[in-house]
Design a protein around this ligand. Structure first.
Ligand SMILES: Cc1cc2nc3c(=O)[nH]c(=O)nc-3n(C[C@H](O)[C@H](O)[C@H](O)COP(=O)(O)OP(=O)(O)OC[C@H]3O[C@@H](n4cnc5c(N)ncnc54)[C@H](O)[C@@H]3O)c2cc1C
Length: 319
């Protein structure tokens, strides 16, 4: 059975989970292998079926309400083994990145992390992913009996494929000693939206001239319900905190919309944002490298464009 590890926020399936369900369903259709899902927390059962899983292995243990990579690894591998898993698919998000290598060791499975294309099975089990900061694509063949693939966000659009889904309650052998992370408190470090999970991100670079000008970025983010981010150059000079810096040495994000204001688009910055679904670039320099990666670009001064853009958003929201 192909099993997909899914995650929810307050019972709502995360976007990345819908994507991995779709990814798993495509592999299931291609190979004729049934698709199931593993959820360690409360989830939207109906939606799991709508996205093609015929079985949902559902744990209900309050200890899974906070993430603990060691305990989650043990639980997922137990459920996977007990239900005849052959391929495990996870999202390549913060939790997926912590789980996949541990699961690979525990399940003695070959792993490809951050796949961004569907698996080819006509001649082996071939998984593709971007390498060298997106400059090249590498194809990997997994030879082990059990295979693990983590899927980069926005690699494929989520797609419904309704089927009836049997919910199967599962228990694990985990004891309190397996939970080594003590959850104290969940606190957003800035803004109202966590950057790592944000669907919309407004980001600023050195083109904004100084920290005193970030009001227009924050206003825009508030109006859109977006998280704020920045380039490393900005974090290095302490205009913004380092946890907001995205890129090769910062956070890698894949929102639906990434608005880059006054950012040149250096390769190290693009490495962390280029898998965003839609990229909008605002820059005075028409030759800024970011325009090559942009879906929409405005050549112009952020100090003129952003206030007008925010006014237009306000009007749109009021109408
Ligand atoms: C090993 C290594 C790792 C790195 N990792 C990262 C990383 O993870 N993330 C990252 O971001 N960087 C990283 N960098 C740094 C990266 O190379 C760039 O130096 C950095 O991204 C530049 O930031 P910036 O685009 O904000 O600034 P700049 O390069 O100074 O660009 C500012 C841009 O703003 C535009 N501009 C100026 N005025 C305006 C205006 N009024 N309105 C609109 N646009 C305007 C300019 O035309 C310019 O394109 C790394 C570098 C190295 C060597």
């Amino acid at each position: 059975m192909i099993l997909v590890y899914i995650e929810s926020n307050n019972g709502q399936l995360k976007k990345a989970s819908l994507e991995v369900l779709t990814y798993g369903k495509k592999l299931s259709d291609q190979t004729g292998t049934p698709l199931g899902a593993i959820s360690l927390t409360e989830t939207d059962n109906a939606l799991v079926g709508e996205y093609g899983a015929s079985k949902l292995f559902q744990a209900s243990d309050a200890r899974f309400n906070s993430f603990d990579s060691k305990a989650f690894t043990k639980a997922i591998s137990e459920i996977f083994k007990a239900n005849g898993g052959t391929v495990l698919i996870l999202p390549f998000n913060q939790n997926g990145k912590a789980l996949a290598p541990r699961l690979s060791v525990r399940l003695e499975a070959g792993l490809v992390n951050g796949a961004n294309a569907l698996i080819h099975t006509s001649n082996g089990f071939i998984v593709s992913k971007n390498v060298f900061s997106g400059k090249a694509v590498a194809n990997y063949q997994i030879h082990t009996d059990i295979k693990i693939v983590s899927v980069a966000s926005n690699s494929i659009p989520s797609e419904k494929s309704p089927t009836s889904c049997q919910v199967i309650p599962v228990t694990t052998t985990l004891t309190d000693a397996d939970f080594t992370v003590k959850f104290i408190k969940n606190e957003l470090v800035s803004g109202d939206i966590a950057l790592s999970e944000a669907d919309l991100v407004v980001s600023g670079g050195r083109g904004l001239k100084g920290p005193e000008n970030w009001g227009m970025i924050e206003d825009c983010a508030k109006l859109l319900g977006a998280a704020t981010a920045c380039s490393r150059a900005v974090a290095d000079v302490h205009w913004r905190p380092h946890h907001e810096h995205v890129g090769q040495t910062g956070l890698a994000i894949s929102p639906n919309l990434y608005i880059a204001v006054g950012i040149s688009g250096a390769i190290q910055h693009l490495a962390g944002v280029s898998s965003s679904k839609t990229i909008v670039v605002i820059n005075t320099d028409a030759d800024a490298p970011f325009f090559k990666a942009a879906d929409y670009g405005i050549v112009g001064d952020a100090f003129e464009i952003m206030p007008k853009f925010n006014e237009a958003l306000k009007k749109l929201k009021a109408s």
